[in-house]
Write a protein that binds this ligand. Structure first.
Ligand SMILES: *Cc1c(COP(=O)(O)O)cnc(C)c1O
Length: 355
């Protein structure tokens, strides 16, 4: 691995300076990340789940409120809504792009709706301009869950910069990954930024001065130092992912049993995941496993179909698209270092399976 020496040095420095929590590496990362995003503030925290929770808590969201999010996401997008005391309201996904179907959003808004969490899934942004205009019209706060969309763009504007705040995860497998749990919030609202920073650190900006009670959700120095090493490479790594995705597209062309991912016009899809829809998904998955190809399913069940949300009495037919893809989607291996011969091998295995 090319950055091994840099990472080893960064870790060594944190240890010799005992800069474990907060401190200069954390500050440096926050500054670098905010600069790359062209926003005023980056507030680091312990993980991407906490960043969503902190944002909603600092918006005053709680019991009696509703927050709308996508039916197809990782559970963080909805469990954090419940954690605040509010009710998660799910919206079905777009038939082509896997993220929230913006045409269904307005019908779900009630006088209890306080926020919308737009999840930019797989590296592909939602139709964020339409979602934002709906939020603005109804005076609802827009939050962007960018855990899978570092540096994705919509009409040249970065994911996380459309709403009040963007939430990021640096879980190791994300496009920008730490060596453990890590996350952050970006915003250009000074007052909101200060609130989030305070809440994430026991409700205090200065030691022993607590205006509110908060939580302990801090980025540790080791993770920050590692992220600082990785940050200058991220745009290149994303380019590699995009290139590898186009290779998959080419090599999978013409297999009629599969549907390859489509990219929205005027957007930059950063391919956190390369998801295809296939017939006989489970058989194919098993076949690929035998051939040494590790695949995954993101996600096997739409959120409203999970056991935990049965109490909401959601009807499966209200989430037709999300429900129908459950048995079809398959995430193929995709990362920056993947080689063309490896992509060709995966594609050939799939072709052989259907022949
Ligand atoms: C990974 C992820 C999160 C949560 O991030 P953690 O750092 O694992 O807490 C939230 N939302 C989405 C869409 C994710 O993929």
């Amino acid at each position: 691995m090319t950055i091994k020496t840099e990472i080893d040095n960064a870790i060594g420095n944190v240890i010799s300076e005992t800069a474990f929590i907060g401190g200069k590496y954390v500050k440096e990362f926050e500054k670098n990340f905010a600069t790359l995003y062209g926003v005023k503030h980056c507030i680091s925290c312990a993980n991407g789940t906490d960043s969503l929770y902190i944002i909603m808590k600092m918006l005053g969201i709680g019991i009696g409120d509703e927050v709308i999010t996508s039916a197809n996401s990782w559970i963080s997008s909805s469990e954090t809504i419940t954690q605040t005391g509010a009710k998660p309201v799910f919206v079905d996904i777009h038939p082509t792009f896997y993220s929230m179907d913006e045409s269904l959003l307005e019908s779900l808004i009630t006088d209890k709706t306080k926020a919308v969490i737009a999840v930019h899934l797989q590296g592909q942004m939602c139709n964020i301009e339409v979602i934002k205009s709906i939020c603005d019209k109804h005076n609802i706060t827009l939050i962007e869950d960018c855990a899978q969309a570092h540096f994705s763009e919509f009409n040249g504007k970065l994911a996380g910069t459309f709403g009040l705040a963007g939430s990021f995860s640096f879980y190791p497998s994300k496009n920008l990954g730490a060596y453990g749990d890590a996350g952050c919030i970006i915003t250009s609202d000074d007052v909101f930024a200060e609130k989030c920073r305070m809440y994430a650190n026991h409700g205090s900006l200065k030691k022993h001065q607590h205006q509110i009670e908060g939580i302990n959700s801090r980025l540790d120095g080791l993770q920050a130092a590692i992220l600082n090493v990785k940050l200058p490479y991220i745009l290149n790594w994303i380019d590699r992912r995009i290139y590898n995705a186009t290779l998959y597209n080419e090599k999978l062309k013409g297999i009629k049993e599969i549907k390859i991912p489509e990219i929205r016009n005027n957007t930059k899809h950063t391919f956190h995941l390369y998801v295809i829809q296939v017939e006989k998904r489970d058989e194919l998955k098993e076949y690929l496993q035998k051939k040494g190809v590790e695949t995954a399913i993101h996600y096997p069940k739409a959120l409203p179909n999970l056991e935990v949300y049965q109490y909401l009495n959601n009807k499966r037919h209200n989430f037709n698209v999300s429900s129908q893809i459950e048995d079809k989607i398959l995430s193929l291996p995709l990362y920056a270092e993947l080689k063309e011969v490896e992509i060709e091998y995966v594609a050939n295995c799939i072709r052989t399976f259907y022949n």
